[in-house]
Design a protein around this ligand. Structure first.
Ligand code: A3P
Length: 277
């Protein structure tokens, strides 16, 4: 199927899940609730990992909900065509997901007491992850080559715009008490400590048993083997399962530095020159 991305406020979106009307609703009319928690990310930053962690926290570490309900129904993307209908069935307190850049985010958030957890991942791994993701997701354009894809990433020509702008935009919020950010790498390095920090931010009491259960049931291995979380049940309209799987490698920069694909393809100097901080 051939299609073109369209621009909304300087950012590229796919007509598969978006339209100007849908984005306009997300930005200007969607009602944020005070007890909502938003997971905001640039794609491939660990969005679904955070959904799993928050799903487990919501159920006090009990994995039943994660094992019974599809991940995208537990925390819908409020800005997509599908998500705007799915979210109607979610009872508060809601966990809501978004890839939107700061300047397009729901205006009602800024008048609410809702919270945001922003997850960042190093751009080298995002490029590789997104490259393979773009090959399997039907609403993404199939990359012509890795080199062209790399150029498009660096110049902000991919879906959801520039990673650099996304991070820069959202990090304006870093001193706000209802905004918490964490990196994919920190989650990998110290998942227990990260979950404790998330609990503190959400003002949720925890004990060792809760933390242990959340870490265990949100591990890469657990999610890869959970059909409700690994996207194996996503329809062929969304994912071409013959071309790869959503739970790809789950490696961070430090762990995959030997991987030829990452080290060879992403010259550090190019990325440093675009530093978002
Ligand atoms: P890779 O493609 O590098 O393997 P998102 O959820 O934002 O789309 O991010 C997807 C990336 O996070 C993929 O990275 C995926 O494998 C990884 N991922 C998903 N769940 C994970 C987990 N529990 N632990 C570590 N990485 C995970």
């Amino acid at each position: 199927m051939s299609f073109d991305y369209f621009m909304y406020k300087g950012v590229r979106f796919s007509p598969g899940s978006y339209s100007e009307e849908i984005l306009n609703f997300a930005e200007n009319e969607f009602q944020v609730l005070d007890d909502d928690v938003y997971i905001v990310t640039y794609p491939k930053s660990g969005t679904n990992w955070m959904i799993e962690i928050l799903s487990l926290l919501k159920k006090d570490g009990d994995p039943t909900w994660c094992n019974d309900v599809l991940i995208w129904l537990r925390a819908p993307w409020y800005e997509t065509r599908e998500g705007q209908s799915q979210i109607k069935d979610v009872l508060p307190p809601r966990v809501v997901t978004s890839h939107l850049p700061f300047h397009i985010f729901a205006k009602s958030f800024f008048k609410s007491k809702a919270k945001i957890i922003y997850v960042l991942r190093n751009p080298r791994d995002i490029i590789v992850s997104l490259y393979y993701f773009s090959k399997i997701i039907c609403h993404y354009k199939n990359p012509a080559s890795f080199d062209k894809f790399f150029e498009d990433f660096v110049h902000g020509n991919l879906l959801y715009g520039s990673w650099f702008d996304h991070v820069k935009g959202w990090m304006q919020m870093k001193d706000n008490s209802n905004f918490f950010y964490i990196t994919y790498e920190e989650l990998q390095e110290d998942c227990q400590g990260s979950v404790k920090k998330i609990c503190n931010f959400l003002q949720k009491d925890y004990d060792a048993k809760l933390i242990e259960s959340v870490v265990k049931h949100s591990s890469f291995h657990a999610m890869k083997n959970n059909k409700m979380s690994n996207y194996s049940l996503a329809t062929e309209e969304f994912i071409d399962h013959s071309k790869g799987s959503f739970m790809r490698k789950g490696l961070g920069l430090l762990r995959c530095i030997d991987e030829k694909e990452t080290a060879r393809s992403c010259p550090a100097v190019t990325l440093q020159s675009h530093s978002a901080f």
